[in-house]
Write a protein that binds this ligand. Structure first.
Ligand SMILES: Cc1cc2nc3c(=O)[nH]c(=O)nc-3n(C[C@H](O)[C@H](O)[C@H](O)COP(=O)(O)O)c2cc1C
Ligand code: SF4
Ligand code: SF4
Length: 424
């Protein structure tokens, strides 16, 4: 099983390349990192952990995730670390961390890809980026071959400078540099909430349509690099600098669809002004903040649904007083398709276009949408452009929801999809 963490997509891309070569499962660890979840992973194939290098070691948030987790099945474990330059002597720490988990450490592969740390450095030129992806691809294919054969990765010769970088410099780097105090936004901010939704740590909340950073930030550069308006700056270090994401900058022949955490689909700036007119009444659609969780849950309970503990991938429609009229929650599948689950409008706000506006908004941000429609809602989805699809296109969690429900006959569920291009 390939487990990855990524701020701007390099490591996710490597994970997909290796997973494809090994015909193995590719797993995004964001949820477990963001919620500090303990989880038992089971795989009969070798474990491959793919991460960026942060200060010449694996990211601390990932190391903490590994320490919290249990790995059952195969004992062999490999680490792939992407870096802008080098990973110092990260191999030593990796061996120790994996050893403590009872895994057989089979080596660390260093893969140089574009530098993303724009709070300190610059993104390389497009020629350099192309060359980096070409050699990284060759390295990864060869590495996958070694993994399939059960071979170990070569041990890197570590010099005194490498020991220093992965030792004392790493220890000093975190307390000195890794905090969110220097993030600011400019007037270009359109309040779209993309920064909050891509932050793997949930370190950004939206307050009156403006991002507010908390100090759980790990400097992954996802927020600043994904902001569609380039409205985020870090101190005076990032002004005028190119923002890097793998999805945007990698050569076309290497493109794979990267998921929401490391890439948000192209954003229509006009629609992201966030004001939707609903039967003459202006409503606002924005990412839900913690304070709106209670209102979201009130709507869930009214529909006999269990309440949520977080507002992840949840967008609310509010009226001019801030009252929540409805919400949409999205589930990003491992193959990056976006499932609507659920969309709910308050009983006294129905038939005013709230649901339609929420759906339109989600489709503008995320592109194609998928869902399982039930009962009378099927007509509504047809009317706004959804078409039926096969059950095997639905992610198992949603199929199970229906399979375990005793009201299945009454609501005759139908899997449906909205193809954004057709809608436009
Ligand atoms: C906080 C931080 C620290 C970094 N430290 C290093 C480093 O020590 N050595 C290095 O070569 N690159 C370093 N980089 C660059 C990234 O490791 C590199 O661009 C990586 O491929 C980004 O992966 P991602 O796109 O999956 O997030 C650092 C980047 C960040 C954001
Ligand atoms: S992503 Fe950029 S434009 Fe959108 S809310 Fe965040 S800072 Fe503002
Ligand atoms: S606040 Fe920005 S830089 Fe910090 S962890 Fe979240 S996305 Fe990464």
């Amino acid at each position: 099983m390939i487990l990855w963490f990524s701020g701007t997509g390099n490591s996710e891309w490597c994970a997909h390349v290796v997973a494809r070569e090994l015909n193995d499962e590719c797993f995004n660890t964001f949820k477990y990192i963001r919620n500090k979840e303990q989880h038992t992973f089971i795989s009969e194939k070798p474990w491959v952990f793919v991460v960026p290098t942060y200060a010449w070691k694996m990211p601390r948030v990932f190391r903490d995730f590994l320490k919290r987790s249990t790995f059952e099945g195969c004992r062999d474990a490999y680490v792939i670390m992407t870096c802008g330059m080098d990973n110092g002597n990260a191999q030593k720490d990796n061996e120790s961390v994996l050893g403590k988990l009872g895994l057989a450490y089979k080596g660390t592969l260093e893969v140089t890809l574009p530098e993303n740390y724009i709070a300190m450095f610059n993104v390389p030129s497009s020629q350099v980026i192309d060359a980096q992806f070409i050699s990284a691809h060759e390295l990864l294919v060869a590495a996958a071959h070694k993994i399939a054969q059960g071979q170990t990765f070569n041990v890197k010769k570590a010099f005194a400078a490498d020991l220093l970088k992965s030792g004392i410099v790493n220890a000093v780097f975190y307390p000195m540099y890794v905090h969110a105090k220097k993030f600011t936004t400019t007037d270009a901010c359109i309040g779209c909430g993309v920064c909050a939704s891509v932050c793997p740590l949930g370190a950004i909340s939206m307050d009156a349509n403006h991002p507010v950073w908390r100090d759980t930030c790990t400097h992954c550069m996802a927020c600043i690099s994904h902001c569609p308006a380039e409205a985020i700056e870090y101190d005076n270090k990032t002004q005028g600098k190119v923002r890097y994401t793998a999805q945007k900058c990698m050569p076309a022949n290497f493109k794979v669809a990267l998921t929401a955490c490391s890439d948000v689909p192209a954003v229509n700036m006009e629609l992201h002004k966030n004001v939707h007119v609903c039967e003459g009444t202006p409503i606002q659609i924005q990412p839900a903040c913690e304070a709106e969780l209670a209102a979201v849950n009130k709507l869930c309970i009214a529909e006999d649904m269990s309440p949520y503990t977080d507002v992840e991938n949840t967008y609310v429609a509010t009226d001019s007083t801030g009252e929540v009229l409805g919400f949409i929650r999205l589930r990003i599948a491992q193959d990056s398709r976006v499932f609507v689950n659920p969309i709910i409008t308050a009983a006294d706000a129905r038939r005013q276009g709230v649901g339609r506006s929420l759906m339109h908004f989600a489709s503008e941000v995320y592109g194609n949408l998928y869902l399982v429609a039930r009962g009378s809602a099927i007509q509504f989805y047809r009317a706004i452009g959804f078409e039926e699809m096969a059950w095997d296109e639905v992610i198992p969690e949603l199929t199970e929801d229906c399979g375990n429900c005793d009201r299945i006959k009454e609501c005759s569920p139908k899997p449906m999809k909205l193809i954004a291009a057709k809608q436009a």
